[in-house]
Design a protein. Structure first.
Length: 247
């Protein structure tokens, strides 16, 4: 398939909730993959969606080694992906959603390569990202996951607060009040601040008002309907939502 056809196929898979087989006619390298991602996101924007954020993937060194890669991957977030803190979302149209806790940054100034990343940050917050690969069984090659906008599906951000020390803060992920995963912000490149520098390098420049998801602080866990989800980051607070089919 060419770039346009691949973007159309991934877009249809997301809208219809029907996964692609993967491992076949996907993009052959990362350059082609990002071209497909750009075309995929352009289709969403043409339907009236608005860009709101930037997300990073493979911020875990262990995950990079597992996938045999030496750099991060990135994707885009839109307003249709946003979940209000404490809100409810319908997951019936998703294929096999998973959720993971993260740290989010809000830019108050333009983030440029080579500059002081924290100088561009207005606030930080706990976040939850719902990922949902459009490939069957969550199985994909590196170019395929890039083309699929790094499996981005939904995201929620908690209360914004002034930026401070983010090194090695405890992270809890709870489903229905039961502890599902524990971790640390140190899982994100050793410190989530490093994700900001990576975002600037990968994006070229990110404008004020952009939210940046720095990457998962724990493993992602399956997200069934009718589940109350909460993530807590020590010193930053909590963010939560509930899944269902009647949102």
């Amino acid at each position: 398939m060419n770039t346009t056809a691949l973007a159309e196929a991934l877009d249809a898979a997301a809208r219809d909730g029907r996964p692609l087989s993967g491992g076949g006619e996907g993009p052959k390298d990362t350059e082609e993959a990002y071209a497909v991602q750009e075309a995929l996101v352009a289709r969403r924007l043409a339907r009236g969606e608005r860009l709101t954020g930037f997300k990073l993937g493979f911020t875990s060194l262990a995950k990079m080694r597992q996938m045999g890669v030496s750099d991060l991957i990135h994707g885009r977030l839109t307003d249709r992906m946003e979940i209000p803190d404490g809100g409810r979302i319908d997951t019936s149209g998703l294929i096999h959603p998973r959720v993971e806790p993260e740290v989010a940054f809000l830019l108050g100034d333009t983030l440029r390569p080579g500059g002081d990343p924290m100088a561009a940050v207005a606030a930080v917050a706990p976040a939850l990202e719902v990922i949902d690969s459009r490939y069957h069984g969550f199985r994909f090659s590196l170019p395929e996951v890039i083309a699929d906008n790094t499996s981005a599906a939904r995201y929620a951000v908690g209360t914004w607060s002034a930026p401070g020390d983010l090194d090695n803060l405890g992270v809890l992920l709870e489903l229905d009040g039961r502890l599902a995963e524990t971790g640390s912000t140190a899982a994100v490149l050793g410190n989530p601040l490093r994700a900001l520098a990576a975002a600037a390098r990968l994006a070229g420049a990110l404008e004020p008002g952009t939210a940046i998801l720095a990457g998962a602080a724990t493993a992602a866990v399956p997200l069934p309907p009718g589940t109350h989800v909460r993530a807590t980051v020590a010193g930053l607070g909590s963010v939560r939502f509930t899944t269902g089919e009647d949102a």
